[in-house]
Design a protein around this ligand. Structure first.
Ligand code: COA
Length: 244
């Protein structure tokens, strides 16, 4: 909502989402569809996966998963953002969402997870690219931001492969289970040139680890877990290095 007295005109008008139904978005050999109540059980299981549990700092009972699905569906009508189930040949493969939607400045933050059995096949990059196509096209956003812990190498790869420009590091920005994490911030601006997206890989999923790195970036213990001093730091440039 625009603050009273703001002198700039809103880029997007209220109603841009709520005046229509959340669309199904086909793209890059997968489909993004609104969440359904029937997804709750799989959603609860998804948050049992150690990597999803870790990076999204959440676990859900079945009842909580039902509320989660409702929350994700309601985001659209409330114009707070929008969340889609990613499906591959009808199977639930992951989640991709826009959060922190600011209609006045036409910007939002993208987030995602992919179920373990669908990892290593380009699902995250294809889902992010499909949503970004829609966000800059149909919705006409100006900027889409992406943040991930500096420890989350897989997410950094997804951001770069989807064409998000690395902009910098936000210190101790996000509270995870093991404390405060520095966050890399990436962004795409409308009109940025993006790499071509590779088609879906129908071969067996590649083995990917839970991307717990052997060398770590920055973790600062949260006051609730320990009063210990910041533990480990490595050069942040390791993760921010862009392809030549
Ligand atoms: C991060 C995640 C979404 C990646 O999903 P995915 O579908 O396997 O990713 P893709 O197949 O599209 O791979 C994209 C890039 O990441 C790289 N990658 C994927 N998993 C990786 C891993 N564990 N370690 C390092 N790189 C990895 C791929 O090699 C690819 O890089 P490339 O384009 O240079 O070849 C998935 O591992 C996941 O859900 N993790 C847990 C939740 C999470 O981290 N969410 C993001 C929070 S910010």
């Amino acid at each position: 909502m625009t603050q009273p007295g703001t002198t700039t005109a809103p880029v997007l008008k209220p109603g841009v989402l709520s005046s229509r139904a959340q669309p199904v978005l086909p793209g890059h050999d997968l489909l993004l569809r609104p969440w359904q109540e029937a997804d709750a059980e799989q959603v609860a299981r998804a948050y049992e996966d150690p990597a999803i549990h870790r990076w999204h700092a959440r676990s859900l009972s079945i009842d909580q998963a039902r509320s989660w699905v409702k929350f994700e569906r309601d985001r659209w009508a409330q114009e707070r953002g929008a969340s889609w189930a990613v499906t591959v040949r009808g199977d639930l493969a992951g989640r991709v969402a826009l959060g922190g939607l600011d209609l006045h400045e036409a910007c939002a933050e993208i987030s995602y997870w992919v179920l373990p059995q669908h990892r290593g096949q380009g699902v995250a990059v294809r889902a992010v690219s499909t949503l970004v196509d829609w966000a800059f096209g149909d919705l006409a956003l100006h900027r889409v931001e992406l943040q991930h812990s500096t420890l989350n190498k897989a997410s950094c790869r997804v951001a770069l492969a989807a064409g998000f420009c690395a902009e910098g590091t936000l210190r101790a920005k996000a509270l995870h289970l093991d404390g405060w994490h520095d966050m890399h911030v990436h962004a795409l601006i409308a009109g940025d040139v993006r790499p071509a997206v590779r088609a879906g890989d129908t071969s067996a999923p590649a083995e990917v680890d839970g991307h717990v790195p052997t060398t770590a970036a920055t973790v600062m213990k949260s006051p609730t877990t320990s009063t210990a001093a910041p533990s480990i730091r490595i050069a942040r440039t390791e993760l921010m290095k862009l392809p030549e």
